[in-house]
Design a protein around this ligand. Structure first.
Ligand code: TYD
Length: 204
């Protein structure tokens, strides 16, 4: 059985905390868990991450999406598929839904083209459950303003918080994707409990 789950949501929604919480909860049940972040988690992925996030390199919309997909393809081959084959759980901090949102709906590529590119590269090698943490743009902005330092290439784009929260609300995924939306503005404990409920119930 595949046990591949992605946590998705706009910057500041608490996704990374929830990735750790879910991993801890599964570990405490005696499961083996691998967590990955996107882009990154392989040597190639970390190099691609630098190009993508530091914003120094001019990038067209297609090249940008294809770099995310190059990182993801390598991550599937090098880390995710071997882990699943060994019966481990894989929890991804972002996966293809982020590409459909940031490059597709909220970016310049358009949703249809983003779906085509994602499908061409990853095919059926997708999470069996995509959990989107939803929050209002105002709430996200408050959380992000408390962070130290400037945003990356994506966080510093004008109007990005409004566009991405809306896009996460609308995104349908690649046909066949299972997407569940959870209110990310609840307390971390409540959100963790909701996620655990979905993961355990969904896989029974
Ligand atoms: P990261 O620092 O990992 O942000 P977060 O902690 O919010 O996950 O940076 C990832 C950035 O890359 C984030 O702004 C979203 C963006 N992104 C895309 O634009 N497309 C993608 O396919 C992925 C995976 C991320």
């Amino acid at each position: 059985m595949s046990r591949f789950i992605a946590l998705e949501g706009a910057d500041g929604c608490g996704k990374s905390t929830q990735v750790d919480r879910l991993a801890q909860s599964l570990l405490s049940r005696g499961e083996q868990v691998v967590t990955v972040r996107e882009p990154g988690s392989t040597s190639l992925g970390e190099r691609v991450r630098e190009i993508l996030l530091d914003g120094k390199e001019p990038l067209g919309a297609e090249a940008e999406a294809l770099l995310f997909l190059a990182s993801r393809s390598q991550l599937l081959t090098e880390v995710i598929e071997p882990a699943l084959a060994e019966g481990k759980w894989v929890i991804a901090d972002r996966f293809h839904i982020s590409t459909l949102v940031y490059q597709g709906i909220a970016g310049e590529l358009g949703e249809q083209r983003a779906v085509e590119l994602c499908h061409a590269v990853i095919g059926e090698r997708r999470p069996e459950l995509n959990i989107v943490l939803e929050m209002s743009p105002e709430e996200l902005k408050q959380r992000i303003d408390k962070r130290i330092g400037s945003g990356d290439r994506f966080e510093s784009r004008p109007g990005i918080h409004e566009r991405t929260t809306k896009a996460f609300h609308e995104v349908k995924g690649i046909p066949g994707d299972r997407i569940i939306r959870i209110d990310g503005s609840a307390s971390a404990d409540d959100v963790a409990a909701r996620i655990e409920q979905e993961v355990v119930v969904g896989l029974r």
